[in-house]
Design a protein around this ligand. Structure first.
Ligand SMILES: Nc1ncnc2c1ncn2[C@@H]1O[C@H](COP(=O)(O)OP(=O)(O)OP(=O)(O)O)[C@@H](O)[C@H]1O
Ligand SMILES: [Mg+2]
Length: 379
């Protein structure tokens, strides 16, 4: 656990970069430091491993004041990926990644294996890259090696300063996904700096939003979006915060489970009766075993009259897979111009039904929640 207690930093020239910041990062949590350029993110992070001395206040690592810890030990125990990448130019990629393992006196084999694994993890072919020098890499590749290096000796705490900043959006998105998957398994305590709100809400268990050296709001991403504390936060998260919060929720949380279904070989008369009874204009069609087959609409039932479901059903239906976020599900609805989509699992078995009405309800909640809790600046 990392605990910052009234931490201040005044640089020699008198710049007050951090003005009394207090918050706590729990073990295994990824905490994002977010805020505009110059707000003190890097300074705050560098005080954690004492690359920058603290002016006032305390930072505790698992209960110990970091000023009482050996400086070298402190840095060895914390993986560090810095904003300017900072690879050693005279060392190969493999040697760079093995920096801390070397300090820890791992064997050559162990170091090599570790470097190869981490390169694979970062989507870089070890055979191609391990013996190259930093000058032979692109900016994004250097940055990935920087992240690999910070993971080098499997440290319990990771400090990452804009680790994906120099990477193109598509690769960045992939690396973020990969990194989240890894983090799910390794559960490191991570301090992650970014000025990108989308990256913050995607990556963070918690987000600390800073402004001019002060902590403005410290909360879970969903809460930051739903209940921004003041106008600065609201402006920073942006006017599309509703869409952003939809991105944080999964279809599983919003769908109706066990929607009414009919089978392919059912006759249309009985389907018509079910629609009548239920007061609905459509039903989902499944085959035996609950695999999604399509939709059947009331109009088509009435037009076709006699026959089986297969004679009147629509097979080309969109669907959202379990785990899809609500923003993507909404996109499918809008693209197909439908008000409902079935939710399926990886085997195309029907798991639920997501309706546009339910989504609207959720969007409404986001608004009333923020309006209700913070009525001071209605917008
Ligand atoms: N060595 C230094 N001496 C004096 N002032 C400094 C020094 N380093 C940083 N500052 C100032 O402290 C403030 C915070 O800087 P910091 O690097 O922590 O910002 P940041 O939030 O990381 O910004 P960015 O998003 O641009 O990286 C800024 O006003 C900066 O100019
Ligand atoms: Mg910075």
């Amino acid at each position: 656990m990392i605990k910052l207690e009234n931490v201040k930093k005044v640089y020699q020239d008198g710049t007050e970069a951090v003005k009394g910041v207090t918050f706590e990062i729990k073990e295994g949590e990824l905490c994002v430091l977010l805020g505009p350029s110059g707000c003190g993110k890097t300074t705050t992070m560098k005080m954690i491993n004492r690359l920058i001395p603290i002016t006032e206040g305390h930072i505790y690592i698992d209960g110990t004041d970091n000023r009482e810890m050996d400086e070298n030990e402190l840095r060895r125990e914390m993986g560090y990926a810095i904003q300017e990448i900072g690879l050693f130019p005279h060392m190969t990629v493999g040697e760079n990644i093995a920096t801390v393992p070397t300090l820890k006196k791992w064997s050559d084999e162990e170091k090599k294996e570790r470097a190869r694994n981490l390169l694979n993890l970062m989507g870089m072919d070890p055979d191609e890259f391990i013996d190259k020098y930093p000058s032979e890499l692109s900016g994004g590749q250097r940055q990935r090696v920087g992240v690999a290096r910070s993971l080098g000796a499997d440290p319990p705490i990771m400090l990452m300063d804009e680790p994906f900043g120099a990477i193109d959006p598509i690769t960045r998105d992939r690396l973020q996904d990969e990194f989240l998957k890894i983090q799910n398994e390794i559960q490191k305590t991570i301090v992650f700096v970014t000025h990108d709100i989308n990256e913050a809400i995607k990556m963070g268990d918690k987000v600390a939003l800073l402004k001019e050296g002060k902590l403005i709001q410290y909360s879970q991403p969903a809460e930051l979006l739903a209940a921004p504390k003041n106008r600065f936060v609201r402006d920073f998260v942006g006017s599309d915060r509703t869409l952003k919060s939809l991105r944080l929720m999964k279809v599983d949380e919003a769908m109706k489970e066990s929607p009414r279904v009919v089978k392919e070989d059912q006759d249309l008369e009985s389907v018509g009766r079910i629609m009548e009874e239920e007061g609905v204009n459509y039903l989902i069609v499944v085959e035996n075993g609950n695999k999604l087959k399509g939709w059947i609409n009331r109009e088509d039932v009435e037009e076709t009259g006699q026959g089986k479901v297969t004679d009147a059903m629509v097979t080309d239906t969109g669907a959202a897979e379990i785990g899809t976020n609500l923003a993507d599900a909404l996109t499918v609805m809008l693209e197909r111009d439908v008000a409902n989509i079935p939710v399926v699992d990886g085997n195309n078995s029907l798991r639920g039904l997501l309706t546009f009405n339910d989504l609207q309800g959720l969007i409404g909640e986001t608004y009333t929640e923020s309006g209700g809790k913070h009525p001071e600046v209605p917008r």
